[in-house]
Design a protein. Structure first.
Length: 641
């Protein structure tokens, strides 16, 4: 039976999409919840372990902490960290474990760094062979998270991560230990540097040879200049907004800059939050608390009973169908990264929930665009935060009926807590109302949105299924019809651009870029040359089975084309000179040839020398199995199922 909704004010599209996700997911969600229940009702880890196992587990921690774990039976919290000082966004995490351990000790508990996960930066690897490891690094991170938590002596977990594949990977891994209360701990964005539009302008000048390496490097160093997340609204910062919308952060934590007292106190608050239910001696049990609706799934497991201290529910209960829809809505309302049409499919799958691009598309037709943050506007995330940030977005979406209010979060106050902004009252951490937008060029109320629809559009046709980020594309570029120029690599496109071969109306079809072909790298390096062509007045678009960066925009791009060419998808049947029509108004992506001719064409086969070149060097040999078994983009590009 479909889950009943407690609010009559929900938008019909939200009800429709949520209902079909629940019904579609009944078998898998039910199985997931039964597995969660079985894990949650065991004795605590330290009591189940053999003596030698337990001795190994505590040998490296101080004697007082050993006493707490073994004799006092105190909660033990796992810290899974993506710290490295290669990534500006993750460098602040260096000091977090000591802060967390200090805070949990005040509550009579313990914490251990259970493990580290790799974290690579797409900004470093864009356009290089290393970028072909990027997408599958998400699954490696998920596996590393599972390895860290497999020691199985933890009563909760804190996930330290920010960037593109890191947060989805941590979340996927955490959901496979869904019985644990889990809080995500961000680090915040760097301060504003060179404006993003100025950076893009210099990149376009460099693509034309008008700026040399010295001038380009100067602009890039002024853009990326200190610890913290990059300031554009790409995949990393979209991650943070989605975690807020799902209630997996301490409220309002996403875009507080690193290195100040508020950030430190919010990190300590994350430790207090994950301990909330343990410090009262409460362990997980079935039975719905007052004011909360039961999740779906056909399982006897319903909710978390909170006794004494406020509780932090298991993450597997927080991430239900409604939470996934809330994340999708928040993504669409802010014109967030297209990468999440892959990542959140995988996240949902990990919680036994089945979503697809039709769900995103139907929500996008109804959800208004409430934010213009670069690349959808000129503001960076610091300006977005100052104008109202995630709190204002979540409040407006809740009030307008586009988000579910009756959901669990890591806090007892529910999702309404995430409409508030953290700060200090005297020396104590406190939250206050977001208030009205401080700049309606950046954030608007739902009553007067930038657009009546969301930022993403599903494209379908004889070229397959694809997505386009319409919120970043000028209105007069939503329909492009032009002859195709076929490329087997992004390097080939650059060479054609440099030779002046693309100075015309053209749709560049770049194939062999999907998960099975070469790991589905981002093709962000194609944005400057295509933007130059568009700036000359030509009608230009990109069609590819690869990905674009969350920071990409401006040029119409039909991306994630599925099935991919390497799997015999329709891009393998395109020929140079075919007229292609990309229509983001009607949602069409077609090559304009007769049905008979199209049906008669045999798809090209990925050249063996290209396949061989993609298989070796820069560690790509280690990912051969992942490429071979990867699902298509709409299935989350999963390599592990």
């Amino acid at each position: 039976m479909a889950q009943q909704f407690s609010s009559g004010s929900l938008h019909p599209a939200v009800i429709k999409v949520t209902t079909r996700i629940i019904e579609r997911s009944l078998p898998t969600r039910g199985a997931y919840l039964r597995q969660l229940q079985a894990a949650a009702t065991r004795d605590r880890g330290a009591d189940r372990m053999g003596c030698a196992n337990l001795a190994h587990a505590v040998a490296g921690i101080p004697l007082d902490d050993r006493f707490k774990v073994i004799t006092a039976r105190a909660p033990n919290i796992a810290i899974v960290t993506a710290y490295n000082d290669m990534l500006s966004a993750h460098a602040p995490f260096k000091t977090y474990p000591d802060l967390i351990k200090d805070e949990v000790r005040k509550a009579g508990a313990t914490a251990q760094v259970a493990g580290g996960v790799p974290a690579m930066c797409d900004g470093v690897t864009q356009g290089t062979e290393g970028m072909e490891l990027s997408l599958f690094s998400r699954d490696v991170i998920a596996m590393a998270t599972a390895v860290a938590l497999s020691h199985d002596m933890f009563d909760g977990a804190l996930m330290l991560g920010v960037c593109d594949k890191i947060v989805p990977g941590l979340l996927i891994g955490a959901l496979h230990f869904g019985h644990l209360p889990t809080v995500f701990v961000p680090a915040g964005p760097m301060g504003s540097g060179l404006p993003n539009k100025e950076k893009a302008r210099v990149r376009e000048q460099a693509a034309q040879g008008l700026v040399g390496r010295e001038g380009l490097l100067d602009a890039e160093l002024k853009s990326y200049h200190s610890s913290g997340t990059c300031t554009f609204y790409g995949t990393a910062n979209s991650n943070q907004l989605l975690l807020e919308a799902m209630g997996l952060h301490v409220p309002g934590t996403a875009f507080v800059n690193p290195g100040n007292q508020l950030r430190e106190e919010l990190t300590r608050e994350a430790a207090r939050t994950v301990l909330g239910r343990q410090t009262g001696g409460d362990r997980f049990s079935a039975g719905p608390p007052q004011g909360k609706s039961a999740p779906s799934g056909g399982s006897a497991l319903h909710e978390v009973k909170s006794v004494g201290a406020p509780g932090c529910p298991p993450i597997g209960l927080i991430v239900d169908e409604k939470a996934i829809v809330n994340a999708m809505v928040a993504l669409l309302a802010t014109g967030g990264s297209t990468n999440h049409l892959i990542h959140w499919v995988a996240v949902a799958h990990s919680a036994g929930i089945v979503i697809d691009w039709n769900d995103f598309s139907d929500l996008s037709d109804a959800v208004p665009t409430l934010a213009h943050v670069y690349p959808n506007g000129s503001a960076d995330v610091n300006q977005f935060q100052a104008a109202g940030g995630p709190g204002l977005i979540i409040r407006e979406l809740l009030d307008a009926g586009f988000m579910h209010a009756d959901v669990l979060t890591v806090r007892q106050g529910g999702i309404r807590e995430y409409t508030r902004v953290p700060g200090f009252e005297a020396v104590a951490l406190a939250w206050h109302d977001t208030g009205d937008s401080k700049d309606e060029d950046i954030v608007r109320p739902a009553s007067k949105p930038f657009s009546a629809t969301g930022g993403l559009k599903l494209l379908t046709g004889n070229l397959g299924r694809s997505v386009i980020k319409v919120s970043a594309v000028p209105d007069d570029r939503h329909v492009i019809e032009a002859p195709a120029r076929l490329f087997d690599s992004q390097e080939a496109l650059h060479a054609a651009f440099n030779a002046g071969e693309l100075d015309r109306d053209v749709i560049c079809v770049v194939r062999w870029q999907g998960p099975q072909a070469n790991g589905m790298p981002e093709l962000h390096k194609l944005t400057p040359p295509l933007a130059v062509l568009q700036g000359k007045g030509f009608k230009v678009a990109l069609v590819t089975d690869g990905r674009m960066s969350g920071a990409s925009g401006k040029v119409p791009a039909a991306i994630h084309v599925s099935p991919e060419a390497a799997a015999g998808g329709p891009l393998a049947k395109v020929r140079d000179g075919d007229v292609v029509r990309l229509d983001a108004l009607t949602g069409g992506l077609n090559v304009l040839v007769t049905e008979a001719e199209w049906a008669a064409r045999q798809p090209d086969v990925m050249p063996q020398d290209l396949r061989d070149a993609n298989a070796v060097g820069m560690g790509r040999e280690l990912f051969t199995g992942m490429r071979r078994g990867a699902l298509m983009a709409e299935k989350g590009a999963l390599s592990w199922t």
